[in-house]
Design a protein around this ligand. Structure first.
Ligand code: ATP
Length: 267
């Protein structure tokens, strides 16, 4: 469980968080989205205990696993040593730690990299190692700040699967991304941050209700596009009213990208 209430964080003139509220239940993946500078990383830093807020309250229950946005790995040690260090910091040792390292390495497709130095890994392999450091402690709360930046499809898929599995086991997850389809893949609830606050929060499909989609009809010599709240009904209506042959139809339901754009337009 994670509950942030009215967090405020200022850096000189800049207010990074300005009354930031977020509550996430065990087993829930909360997708945190918002413009550059909206306060997402600052929230993660406070939730991870790395930075203290100027005001407000943060409650996090259980061991926390963090994958920061900037890669934070020691270049001169191997992947295995890295995971041993992070697992050890979380209080794991001996056989349990060894097994946890093997399990997480397999999950993140790192088994063959375990005895290689971090400095010689590819960017994607380093990303996977970073995610593995968050997972190896078997945390109750996972904080993942844009964990798939620069990741290839295999790395992305491994990471999303690992996150889903943790949530199914009751882990509380906060996942920030600028790539919104990932959140649909994760079945995440959405929190939209702007100017240091969460301005919209809920299930993705609830937040999408009422947003317009599009219907496009292609005729012999022209193409007709209509923006509508109910694309399917509008398509049926358009087809009934047309007495010319229709060459093609296309429906675009509203997406999280539309929601994001719509919320960004609000002053
Ligand atoms: P992005 O999507 O670009 O990662 P973000 O939503 O994570 O952005 P933050 O990194 O939390 O945004 O930054 C919020 C604001 O706080 C920005 O204006 C940033 O410049 C400022 N800020 C964050 N950390 C510091 C710091 N240590 N010192 C000064 N200003 C900071």
């Amino acid at each position: 469980m994670l509950k942030a209430t009215n967090l405020v964080k200022r850096y000189g003139e800049i207010t990074a968080l300005d009354g930031f509220d977020l509550e996430v239940e065990p087993g829930e993946i909360a997708g945190l989205v918002g413009h550059n500078g909206a306060g997402k990383t600052t929230f993660f830093e406070i939730a991870a205990g790395l930075v203290s807020p100027d005001a407000g309250d943060i409650r996090v229950e259980g061991v926390i696993g963090v994958a920061p946005q900037q890669l934070a790995l020691y270049p001169s040690v191997t992947v295995r040593e890295t995971l041993r260090l992070f697992g050890g910091l979380a209080g794991r040792s001996g056989q349990a730690l060894k097994e946890a390292i093997d399990r997480v390495a397999e999950e993140m497709v790192l088994t063959r990299e375990l005895d290689r130095r971090v400095s010689v890994l590819s960017g994607g392999q380093q990303r996977r190692t970073q995610a593995a450091t968050a997972l190896v402690a078997d945390p109750e709360v996972l904080l993942l700040d844009e964990p798939t930046v620069g990741a290839d499809p295999e790395t992305r898929a491994a990471l999303l699967a690992a996150v889903r599995r943790r949530a199914e086991r009751g882990v509380t997850v906060v996942y920030s991304t600028h790539y919104l389809p990932e959140l649909a893949e994760l079945g995440a609830t959405i929190a939209v941050a702007r100017s240091g606050r969460v301005i919209a929060r809920g299930a993705g499909d609830e937040l999408l209700k009422g947003l317009p989609g599009e219907v496009t009809i292609t005729l012999d010599d022209e193409r007709l596009t209509v923006t509508t709240a109910d694309p399917t009904a509008t398509l049926a209506e358009l087809l009934r009213g047309l007495d010319r042959p229709v060459r093609g139809v296309d429906i675009r339901q509203p997406s999280l990208d539309d929601l994001y754009r719509e919320l960004s337009r609000v002053a």
